[in-house]
Design a protein around this ligand. Structure first.
Ligand code: UD1
Ligand code: CA
Length: 470
């Protein structure tokens, strides 16, 4: 049996006051419409049509070629949008689900259940309804004693008594495809907004003597829709709570889920502990038994088992097993922190490989470097990788020691088992097992300060200041 889904995404969503199309605003870091498509993939549906209109290039670029597009040139209402999609609907389609692109939390199980109700009751149309505390802005659904839908009245068109009804239209429907097509063609724009309302299809079907039923959803969080940025924040909050609940149920500990943000495509292994104010974004993947946070942000990061990251930012980089990052480290794109390696406080690492068991414990900058295994990078070490025009690479071999406050002027190579003395400025290659020191000789002048102070005192009594000698 053929099934079609139509997703309405024609209107720009003017209440968002945005140059980005409403259905592309992210929830859990992922465009709203992709959440809906992700759920539809899990339902037995053969054809997905997305109705696009304003800013359609934006929508089509994000959604891609896995769906069909119907173009609605002018946005004359939700019914008009479905009319635009009808010519694409396959001839063998028996049922059609209609969803609005601005309600991203809908679950596959709910869509499936709605389709089941439609086939079991042999209804021409089933509308998914919800009972909500605050129905402001939503269409009110009127259901008769027999459970069939009488009408749906938009808030703008509703009388004060009608507005008292808290049974609302979620904007999700299952139709008998043929009946939907016939009824859509009879729609007229006779309402406050002069639009073709899809909701008017239901009384039209009823007038034909067909069955139109309401199916009430148990969890009204799922149908929350976004019309402005306040609702965007509300939906984001609901999505986060659901996501965190799911992760905790799968074995992740969150000390403060309310401040823990985990993106839609992030994966986290069991027994990992997330401390408050941790943000895991993009394609981040965290292994088992890790500790992340507090106050950390990871974007497209891969963190292997038993690693610890505290008060740090990690972008597009890999952190190996048992490695430790932070507090206050900044790992920039293209970096790999090896197994059991340590990146300590106030260390910045960019496009650098830090080998297994190596340590860069404090106050250092490593950029465009390859650091081998068991290397100790002292406090204050800097790879001088940029000459104002180009970037250059630094290499440090296994088992080397780079003394504190050294500058490695790239391009430069320090061999294996080498020792760079503290305070050195290294401009030439240091061969394997060599010792390198590159700093000015110390000059010590005995009793110098004492003499200087005495001199200053006498100069002061003579009414002038002099440090000429220095
Ligand atoms: C709609 C419903 C309302 C329901 C609410 C649920 C109608 C008439 N009203 O109202 O009963 O309670 O959703 O969220 O259906 N769209 C198009 N083309 C158009 C107009 C809209 O594609 O010409 C798309 C929009 O991009 C959006 C969706 O349809 O994704 C809903 O449109 P919107 O204007 O947000 O409808 P509401 O006023 O919220
Ligand atoms: Ca809406």
């Amino acid at each position: 049996m053929g099934r079609t889904a139509i997703i309405l995404a024609g209107g720009l969503g003017t209440r968002m006051k945005s140059s980005l199309h409403k259905v592309l605003h992210p929830i859990l870091g992922k465009p709203m419409i992709l959440h809906i498509l992700h759920q539809l993939m899990k339902v037995d549906i053969q054809q997905i049509i997305v109705v696009v209109g304003q800013h359609r290039e934006q929508v089509m670029e994000v959604v891609g070629t896995s769906v069909e597009y119907a173009i609605q040139e002018e946005q004359l209402g939700t019914g008009h949008a479905v009319l635009a999609a009808l010519p694409l609907v396959k001839a063998d389609s028996k049922s059609t689900v209609v969803l609005y692109g601005d309600a991203p939390l809908i679950q596959a199980t709910t869509i499936q259940a709605l389709l089941d109700v439609q086939s079991e009751t042999a209804a021409a149309g089933v509308v998914l309804t919800a009972r909500v505390e605050n129905p402001t802005g939503l269409g009110r659904v009127f259901v008769d004693a027999g459970g069939s839908v009488e009408k749906i009245v938009e808030e703008r068109d509703a009388s004060p008594e009608e507005r008292e009804n808290h049974c609302i239209n979620t904007g999700i429907y299952a139709f008998d495809t043929r009946s939907l097509g016939q009824a859509c063609k009879k729609l007229t724009p006779s309402n406050a907004q002069k639009e073709y309302y899809l909701t008017d299809v239901l009384p039209l079907l009823k007038q034909q003597g067909l069955r139109v039923v309401a199916s009430e959803i148990a969890n009204s969080d799922e149908i929350a829709s976004v019309n402005d940025r306040v609702q965007l924040a509300q939906v984001e909050k609901l999505a986060q709570a659901a996501r965190n609940r799911e992760l905790m149920q799968s074995g992740v500990t969150m000390l403060h889920p309310e401040s823990t943000y985990v993106g839609a495509d992030v994966t986290i292994g069991r027994d990992t502990v997330l401390y408050p104010a941790t943000h895991l974004e993009g394609k981040t993947s965290i292994g088992e038994q890790c500790i992340v946070g507090p106050n950390s942000r990871l974007l497209d990061a891969t963190v292997h088992d038993n690693a610890t990251i505290q008060y740090s930012v990690v972008l597009q980089s890999v952190v190996g097993e048992h490695a430790s990052v932070g507090p206050f480290a900044y790992i920039r794109p293209g970096s790999t922190i090896g197994e059991h390696a340590k990146v300590g406080d106030f260390v910045e690492i960019k496009n650098t490989h830090l080998g297994k068991d190596s340590k860069v414990s404090h106050l250092a900058y490593l950029g465009d470097a390859y650091v081998g295994e068991r290397v100790n990078i002292g406090c204050g070490v800097i790879t001088v990788n940029y000459d104002g025009e180009k970037k250059y690479r630094t290499e440090v071999g296994d088992d080397s020691f780079i003394g504190s406050n050294s500058n490695l002027i790239a391009p430069v190579r320090v061999g294996r088992g080498a020792y760079v003395c503290a305070g050195s400025t290294i401009t030439n290659e240091v061969p394997d097992d060599a010792f390198a020191i590159g700093r000015a000789h110390q000059v010590t002048k005995e009793q110098y300060v004492k003499r200087w102070k005495l001199k200053r005192q006498s100069a002061g009594s003579a009414g002038r200041e002099s440090q000429d000698e220095f």
